[in-house]
Design a protein around this ligand. Sequence first.
Ligand code: NI
Length: 135
Amino acid sequence: MDKVIKTGVSFPKKLLEKFDNVIVEMGFASRSQAIQEAIRCFISLNSWRLLEEDVAGAILVHYSHEGHELEENLTDVQHHFMDIIPSTLHLHLSKEDCLLIIAVRGRASRVEELLRRLRSVGKLKQVTHLIMPTY
Ligand code: NI
């Protein structure tokens, strides 16, 4: 077995509570085991970015539109990636919250660059994606 390293991680209280509930529901023996599994999924989910191939999929950005600067910044980033964004969809989730779905199609490295730029726009609630190779 691989050497085991102990580490400390900070979580928002609510997130950890939800995670612990899922752990119980799914029957994990321990929180450590579940976190290891989650990290394996994270690595697998993001493995496409190392491909020098074409990929396609969607990026989901959850944010509060209260900050107008934030919305402007999001639009600004997208205008720099017109070559890989064929379409976007804006959903109004509530009075404050919006979900931006950005369809992407192009080189993995370019999509990775867009994701990095989107994540650097501060105060977003969540940025997630579903990207798959198209070869
Ligand atoms: Ni909206």
